[in-house]
Design a protein. Structure first.
Length: 185
């Protein structure tokens, strides 16, 4: 297969679409982000990369907490709206019903099937973006999206982002840590 060089760019084939929640000036605010991932197992940590100018970054810095809310494809309109509009220009506190868990300062979007509360562990200046590393304090999940007390991607139907387009999750392609056992040299 022939390959051509296309240059450096922020590209991964697909990324999760999440809503980052933070209280800013005492009000819940949500922004859409696709640069989010798990980064440590023990203690459990996840990270998000936010442009330094983002309104939500102010809330993370102010409270040292944030939430990662995982919307389903049912919330694609509201989720995209939170990425199109800045909290600097519009109050987004009513787009989702907010509640609070253990941390009391990380708003949880109740319409999202999964909410992850994080306390800020560290922020890393990466240039145009700040990488916020959060220690997971609690995960809240709607019981309808759980299988064996774990979020089930087929039931959750998370939004994935690729090439400026939102997608749902397709059919299973194979079981991790198992499919490779069928490899023959």
């Amino acid at each position: 297969m022939a390959k051509i060089s296309i240059g450096p760019m922020p590209y991964m084939s697909v990324m999760p679409t999440v809503l980052v929640g933070a209280n800013v000036n005492g009000k819940p605010n949500y922004m859409t982000a696709a640069w989010a991932t798990t980064d440590c197992m023990a203690p459990t940590m996840i990270c998000i990369a936010l442009n330094k100018s983002r309104f939500t970054a102010k809330g993370i810095e102010e409270n040292k907490t944030f939430s990662i809310n995982i919307p389903s494809t049912k919330q694609v309109v509201e989720t995209d709206h939170c990425g199109l509009v800045s909290g600097n220009n519009e109050d987004k506190s009513k787009v989702f019903t907010s509640s609070y868990g253990k941390l009391k300062t990380a708003p949880l979007a109740q319409e999202c099937p999964v909410n992850i509360e994080c306390k800020l562990f560290r922020s890393v200046d990466c240039g145009s973006h700040l990488l916020y590393i959060g220690e997971v304090v609690e995960i809240h999940a709607d019981e309808t999206v759980l299988t064996d007390k774990k979020p089930d991607v087929a039931k959750l139907q998370p939004i994935v982002y690729a090439q400026a387009t939102y997608f749902g999750v397709g059919k299973e392609a194979g079981k991790a840590f198992s499919a490779g056992k069928n490899y023959h040299k």
